[in-house]
Design a protein around this ligand. Structure first.
Ligand code: 2RA
Length: 342
């Protein structure tokens, strides 16, 4: 069985990763449609021996499409209803529909049972949320988590190809003594921009009334929905760091009961999509340069938090473009194919 696939946002970092993963995982597509904004339309993308012309997305672009992979951004709001209307299942990486009660918010290893409730749209969670819940779920399945305190160290890839280029250009400029240019981070549409090279920016997306950023509130609200536990206390601080494409997260959890470091290691090691890289004596721990380009989320620095009764500290690192976005979305489609949900 093969499926007609459309990729909206085909020319961006996530769109490109969709193509790499479709080839790498031998995803069963019949026809492939590459869609983008007017600005990016017209580009030719050579893929699996064929040349594809990127088309400007319109409301009529989804005829005969079975699976519409939306890379993210404002286009999702504009085109998701038309894609559903045309009979496609939309797997959307934007934040548009994530908190809509009609829209399942899915990490296939964590809450696949929620997929079947979809009404045509399935939302891919925020990258930093996906990476965190991959580490929370195997522990939560053994012992309930009462509270999570997370601090993230987020790669510039979260800001798209342009943000990755900005970091690279700033490093080159510093190396050659040229002027530093900052036009993208912490956000292209924000009134001010700051250098990211050799810096940390404590803002991802805009600030809300409660002085948290939207990125921080995504980690809180989306985790509640994915874990289906709205009592879990969660607080988050999300920081942009000069790293290309892996997000790293320091996750402190308070458990309802006893759970040793070894218990945590065993649970994490068994969980699909997670690898434990944790041997301090051998200086083994996850690092962004090691996880970039890989599918698994790596967990290390697992140790007790002695300041509370049942506390654990984890260091969680994952590729933002893969598991944080394109891979997770494609795995949702793979799960649906495997469980004959189309
Ligand atoms: C970021 N999570 O890292 C957001 C969107 N990808 O910028």
């Amino acid at each position: 069985e093969k499926y007609n696939v459309a990729i909206l946002g085909a020319t961006g970092a996530v769109g490109q990763e969709f193509l790499d993963l479709i080839e790498e995982r031998n995803f069963p597509f019949a026809q492939l449609k590459l869609l983008a904004s007017k600005r990016s339309a017209g580009q030719i993308i050579h893929f699996m021996g064929k040349d594809y012309t990127v088309e400007e997305a319109t409301k009529d672009s989804f005829k005969d499409v079975h699976i519409a992979l939306f890379a993210g951004g404002a286009a999702s709001k504009e085109f998701a209803p038309a894609a559903v209307e045309a009979g496609a299942v939309v797997i959307d990486n934007s934040s548009t529909f994530r908190m809509d009660p009609q829209v399942p918010l899915i990490v296939p290893e964590v809450n696949p049972e929620m997929i079947k409730k979809h009404k045509g749209i399935i939302a891919n969670p925020n990258c930093s949320t996906i990476i965190m819940v991959m580490a929370l779920k195997p522990i939560y399945d053994q012992v309930k988590i009462k509270r999570v305190v997370v601090s993230t160290y987020q790669a510039v890839s979260g800001g798209g190809k342009e943000a990755m280029a900005e970091l690279e250009n700033q490093v080159k400029a510093i190396a050659s003594g040229q002027e530093i240019v900052a036009n993208i981070l912490p956000g292209a549409g924000l009134p001010k921009h700051y250098q990211i090279a050799f810096n940390l920016i404590p803002q991802i997306d805009v600030f809300k009334e409660n002085l948290y950023t939207k990125e921080e509130m995504k980690m809180i609200d989306e985790t509640h929905k994915i874990m289906n536990d709205y009592d879990m206390g969660i607080t988050a601080t999300t920081i942009r760091v000069p790293v290309y494409r892996s997000h790293a997260e320091s996750v402190n959890i308070e458990l309802e009961g006893e759970f040793s470091v070894q218990d945590a290691k065993n649970a994490l090691a068994k969980f699909p999509g997670v690898v434990v890289e944790d041997d301090p004596a051998e200086m083994i721990y996850p690092m962004p340069l090691k996880t970039s380009g890989k599918n698994d989320v790596a967990v290390g620095r697992i140790r007790k938090d002695y300041s509370i009764k049942n506390g654990l500290n984890l260091w969680v690192v994952g590729d933002q473009i893969r598991k944080g976005a394109a891979l997770n979305a494609l795995q949702i489609a793979e799960y649906m194919i495997e469980h004959k949900m189309f």
